[in-house]
Design a protein around this ligand. Structure first.
Ligand code: CP
Length: 310
């Protein structure tokens, strides 16, 4: 079975093919008749151990638009609450013969572990601070549709990179596709191996945003900061929150992105989130299309022209 566990599962050609498929899925999603039959008869289970608005709903819609039967496992009211382990839960669901399992979990490596145990395709919908590959793909699709390409663009990823699986997947994907990636954050919010990831690190927004084509803001993940460094909101916004003044350093037509959920007034000012350069709603739309493309590539044998990978 084929899986999408991280960006390293994909070659640059796989990424281009997936984005092409996703472009076609955008067109389908904009029609009044949105339903395809590619995954008719297939069963998709969404297993979300962490909260989600965008990812879970877009995987559900994507499956339904492809004609699959979609089941959302409600973890909060499941036997997980009685202490059932991830593997036992997965094996129980596996016995019902799903074709694809979508998992979000607080632990890095949870999706890869599951993929070894179950007899179906697995998609990582976010595992701890490790990866969120479909988010990076939808961000790439948004950028490619707006700018016409990824190669050669300067993308500034700003804020809480330390706790961000979105940042990690984006760094891997954008680097592989030939973009120049910058990390803009206080040193306390950078992972220790950041310099080895092929990004240029900037300690201030003024330096990091200079002439950027894309400014990607990240949520300050205070729930993952245990006791150590929890910045004050006022101070964080002053130095690292995106406002009109800081955005002036980027190119005049720079895209403003945020994976959501946003903390308005913490990492991004409302006037910027809702402003003319923001493509945050487009990112959400691209999320459904990219997830359609990924599931189609993993499950539809007629469309595996890319060597059997996603
Ligand atoms: N961007 C993202 O993963 O959002 P959710 O947590 O709402 O799914």
């Amino acid at each position: 079975h084929r899986h999408l566990l991280g960006i390293r599962d994909l070659s640059p050609i796989d990424v281009e093919l997936l984005l092409d498929r996703a472009d076609a899925a955008v067109a389908v999603s904009r029609q009044s008749e949105k339903k395809k039959t590619t995954l008719r008869g297939r069963t998709q289970i969404n297993l979300f151990y962490e909260a989600s608005t965008r990812t879970q709903s877009s995987f559900e819609l994507a499956g339904k638009r492809l004609g699959a039967d979609v089941m959302n496992m409600s973890v909060a009211s499941s036997s997980v609450k009685k202490g059932e382990t991830l593997i036992d839960t997965a094996m129980t669901l596996n016995a019902m013969h799903p074709d694809i399992l979508i998992i979000r979990h607080a632990s890095a490596g949870a999706a890869a572990l599951l993929a070894q145990k179950v007899g179906c395709s697995v998609v990582n919908a976010g595992d701890g601070a490790h990866e969120h590959p479909t988010q990076a793909l939808l961000d790439a699709l948004t950028i490619r549709r707006e700018k016409g390409r990824l190669a050669g663009l300067t993308v500034a990823i700003c804020g809480d990179i330390l706790h961000s699986r979105v940042a990690r997947s984006n760094i891997l994907l954008l680097n592989a596709m030939g973009a120049r990636v910058r990390a803009v954050a206080p040193s306390t919010l950078l992972p220790s191996g950041i310099a080895q990831m092929g990004v240029e690190v900037f300690p201030t927004m003024a330096e990091g945003l200079k002439d950027a084509d894309v400014v990607m803001m990240l949520r300050l993940q205070r729930e993952r900061m245990e006791g150590s460094f929890v910045p004050s909101i006022r101070e964080y916004f002053r130095y690292f929150g995106l406002d009109a003044e800081k955005l002036k350093a980027a190119k005049p037509n720079a895209l403003v992105m945020h994976p959501g959920p946003m903390n308005r007034g913490v990492e991004i000012a409302s006037e910027i989130a809702d402003g003319p350069q923001s493509v945050i709603q487009e990112q959400v739309e691209m999320g459904v299309a990219v997830r359609m493309a990924v599931m189609e590539a993993l499950l539809d044998p007629r469309r595996n022209q890319d060597g059997g990978r996603a």
